[in-house]
Design a protein around this ligand. Structure first.
Ligand code: ZN
Length: 244
């Protein structure tokens, strides 16, 4: 079985469509595993939810998904994120709200645990250091954990003794899932933050137990123009072209 792992679409429809088209080109992907933050920051939250719902998929809730439906206080957000969240709340129809409010915080699927932030704190924690990777090992039972939230493609590999190291996760290099426990972040679709503005996602092939990262160019300018037209904060508009 092959499935695509995506995270942090962030209402960026152009990026999401480019990724879906790339997934189609790669072929034989049966299911999409989504790691949350479908909405927030970007200009097309309703359209992204609608498009995701047309896919055969599973999805966990992210902090921006919960904030947009009033389940999380935007006082915890920086001012730009909070402003975007308030705007997002007005773009959702009742069906979107029901969809987002039904998203679970954690999904256990075979050898994988899916979360937005971390297994220990699915909504807020950033799993970006070896220390947090190590501390989170006791919070999930499966061999592998998939997390989003940081918008950075990352892999932590941990041994039986709980010692972890960060291993490179670059496009085109197959990551073999054998031995040890892994925490994998496929990077962000709609607002990459590793200095590469292209949308980021991964495909998992259960046959060989291989994960592959892909980067997909999309029309950044189109998303930026829509954000400006919606009056979304300029700092959020500008960061997309730098991938930060
Ligand atoms: Zn996010």
């Amino acid at each position: 079985m092959r499935c695509a792992v995506i995270a942090d679409i962030h209402a960026n429809l152009a990026a999401f469509m480019a990724v879906l088209s790339d997934i189609k080109d790669k072929g034989q992907v049966e299911e999409i595993w989504c790691l949350g933050d479908v909405v927030g920051y970007g200009p097309e939250p309703h359209q992204c939810i609608e498009l995701l719902r047309q896919c055969n998929h599973i999805c966990v809730a992210g902090n921006h998904d919960l904030a947009a439906i009033g389940k999380l206080d935007t006082a915890y957000f920086n001012p730009d994120a909070a402003a975007a969240s308030r705007w997002t709340a007005h773009q959702l129809n009742p069906e979107d709200v029901v969809y987002l409010s039904n998203l679970p915080l954690v999904i256990e699927k075979g050898d994988f645990t899916l979360v937005h932030g971390s297994p220990r704190e699915p909504i807020w924690e950033y799993l970006i250091s070896i220390g947090t990777a190590r501390e989170n090992l006791s919070y999930f039972k499966s061999q592998f954990c998939l997390a989003g939230h940081s918008h950075l493609p990352l892999v932590f590999k941990c041994d039986e003794a709980g010692e972890c190291l960060s291993i490179p996760f670059k496009p085109g290099v197959g990551l073999v899932l054998a031995g040890g426990r892994l925490i994998i972040n496929p990077g962000g679709v709609g607002q990459p933050r590793d200095g590469d503005p292209r949308a980021s996602y991964a495909i998992y092939d259960s046959e060989g137990g291989i994960f592959r990262l892909y980067r997909v160019p999309y029309d950044v300018r189109a998303t930026q123009n829509k954000m400006v037209a919606c009056g979304l904060p300029l700092r959020l508009v500008n960061r997309l072209e730098y991938g930060v």
